[in-house]
Design a protein around this ligand. Structure first.
Ligand code: AMP
Length: 212
């Protein structure tokens, strides 16, 4: 299959709501959503060789080495229709990743979701996941039955990197490794900053407005 040519990137610190907004963009505007975090978690869950290599980094809130992440991202891009607009969530997080991406496709817009650290920490430590990918929050978006997914009935779990200790490490990585990626795209004039504080539906309206 020919490679897709054009897409957008959602960037933002861990807990800024990239995954939530990416799912809405996929459902409402038809983007092909690619999340390297979801792909890596699936690899860990399935016990693949990639998952075995990535698990330790993920548990620590560290970044998985570029070569591994670039490989899975390129594979995911190759599996999409060439004319489908794609949406990247969680990639690129480093300059080498951005270089690999830019050598392959055209990025038209980068949406930078802005959320202060104090809010990020609360969002992340209260986040609960279902194995099938539905995301809850103990206060802001609780399931109907405590600890159980509304959609699938599966027990919810907390990501191993969603603890207070790991949040700081992940934020530090975002500041040191991913800020320069945003600057790279800023220099091209394609970054749009979006206020990521508020109800997910309100934030989605802001994102749609900048994509028009
Ligand atoms: P996320 O779901 O995007 O928060 O990603 C969860 C974890 O997967 C991160 O903390 C990293 O350990 C790893 N990961 C996801 N995307 C990348 C990436 N682009 N580069 C390096 N590590 C990544």
């Amino acid at each position: 299959m020919a490679q897709p040519r054009k897409g957008i990137i959602l960037v933002g610190a861990p807990g800024s709501g990239k995954g939530t907004q990416a799912k809405k963009l996929q459902e409402v505007l038809g983007y092909a959503h690619i999340s390297t975090g979801d792909l890596l978690r699936a690899a860990v869950r399935d016990g693949t060789p990639l998952g075995a290599k990535a698990k330790g980094f993920m548990d620590e809130g560290a970044l998985v080495p570029d070569a591994l992440v670039i490989d899975i991202l390129m594979e995911a891009l190759d599996s999409l229709d060439a004319d489908k607009l794609f949406l990247l969530d969680g990639f690129p997080r480093t300059i080498p990743q951005a270089e690999a991406l830019d050598a392959k496709v055209t990025i038209e817009r980068v949406i930078d979701l802005q959320v202060p650290y104090s809010i990020l920490e609360e969002r992340i430590t209260g986040r609960r996941m279902s194995p099938s990918g539905h995301v809850y929050h103990v206060h802001y978006n609780p399931p109907r039955v405590n600890g159980v997914c509304d959609v699938t009935g599966e027990p919810l779990y907390q990501r191993s990197d969603d603890t207070s200790e790991k949040v700081k490490a992940r934020w530090d990585k975002f500041e040191s490794e991913t800020r320069p990626v945003i600057a790279r795209y800023q220099a091209r004039g394609i970054v749009v900053e979006v206020d990521g504080v508020g109800h997910p539906d309100t934030i989605f309206v802001r994102i749609q407005a900048v994509l028009r």
